[in-house]
Write a protein that binds this ligand. Structure first.
Ligand SMILES: Cc1ncc(COP(=O)(O)O)c(C=O)c1O
Length: 361
């Protein structure tokens, strides 16, 4: 018998969320962001599930783009971090990968390349992470025009605070992006991450780049994924492997960090930080058993964690426990662990088998 811990991946929910991105994007087209192993869901399965829907994929690096090709997909793949060597540019050309050009070093590599790929130019409009200063675009375009073999598909920028609906930084970034792009109507524009789809009146330009929303976690601070019409894709599950009645005063787990103050029926679940469940999720982090919400107690171990079964007194060894999914959102667990859904989803380890569900065969 395999260990009962698994991540169920609902590919219908993934497609629902992609269509939600299309709905919000209006005339813009969403490229599906499938980096970091499809945000932990499995890049091949995710890319294939969107094959008939997404006209383009986006990944961080060449290895991930190659994984999309190995999965049998022929759509263009954008490399959001661009290339890490001159040689990578030839691979991009051969494989129809579209690297983002964000640094003077990448520009030098491009200059020396005989058959370069189609590229996107990254402008820094306020994130201050990657990209050329927006004001340097005319000089940059001049330099690129002296390389007649180079085809520039579009301009890209990335938001720093789009997840915060009260911040005005995104408006300033849009203004800088629009001003920089003026005079280059032949170039496509791309700025919007998931959060941008839900910002009232935010321009979405020609291409959006939704990531986290595809996987059914919230991109907006203070709003749940359900509020935004998104469905959870991953359900992280395991089983109760022990049940014990604790007397007041008894402790559970490492460090005696939790002590019963009343008679407590306690369950041990076969999942821990070795599976990617966050060790920082402390007492009171929600979970669910047999449709009933329960809470964690004590410290998360590598392979196990403890739950308070008082709200579910009939629960017994062998019953399924949801750590996150349809009953407890990954965002709730993330909030309890002081992190974000992105980190939890991408952090589920290789030890956890992914089981795919789809109504489309
Ligand atoms: C350049 C770029 N575009 C788009 C995304 C997708 O962002 P999100 O998952 O918030 O939609 C990311 C994610 O890190 C990114 O780095």
């Amino acid at each position: 018998m395999p260990r009962p811990t698994l991540a169920r991946i609902d590919l219908d929910a993934l497609r629902h969320n992609y269509h939600r991105a299309c709905e919000k994007a209006g005339s813009a087209r969403p490229m599906a962001v499938v980096k970091a192993d499809g945000y932990g869901h499995g890049i091949a399965a995710v890319a294939r599930a969107l094959a008939k829907h997404a006209p383009c994929y986006a990944v961080a690096c060449l290895e991930e783009a190659e994984a999309v090709r190995v999965a049998g997909l022929s759509q263009p793949v954008v490399l959001l971090e661009g290339v890490h060597s001159r040689e990578d540019l030839s691979v991009c050309r051969q494989q129809d990968f579209e690297p983002v050009l964000h640094s003077p070093q990448q520009l030098q590599w491009l200059e020396g390349t005989v058959s370069p790929p189609v590229i996107w130019l990254k402008l820094n409009t306020g994130m201050n992470r990657l990209g050329f200063p927006a004001a340097s675009l005319p000089a940059l375009m001049g330099r690129l025009k002296s390389m007649p073999q180079v085809r520039i598909k579009g301009l890209m920028t990335h938001y720093a605070c789009a997840d915060d609906l009260s911040s005005t930084g995104t408006d300033a970034q849009n203004a800088a992006f629009i001003a920089a792009a003026e005079g280059y109507p032949e170039l496509l524009l791309s700025a919007g991450n998931s959060a941008a789809h839900f910002r009232p009146r935010n321009p979405l330009f020609d291409w959006t780049r939704p990531g986290i929303m595809l996987y059914g976690a919230t991109p907006i601070v203070g709003l749940s994924a359900a509020d935004l019409g998104l469905k959870p894709v991953m359900s992280l599950e395991s089983e109760l492997i022990a049940v014990r009645d604790l007397e007041p005063g008894m402790t559970v787990g490492y460090g005696d960090s939790w002590r019963a103050d009343k008679p407590t029926r306690m369950g041990i679940v076969a999942i821990g930080y070795g599976d990617g469940y966050p060790r920082h999720a402390g007492t009171d982090t929600p979970a669910a058993v047999n449709g009933q919400r329960i809470r964690l107690i004590g410290r998360v171990s590598m392979d196990m964690l403890a739950v308070d079964l008082n709200p579910a007194p009939d629960a017994e060894v062998g019953d399924r426990v949801e750590l996150w999914g349809g009953q407890v959102s990954v965002d709730e667990v993330a909030a309890s662990a002081g992190t974000i859904g992105y980190e939890l989803l991408t952090g589920v380890t290789a030890r956890v088998p992914r089981h795919y569900l789809s109504s489309v065969v």
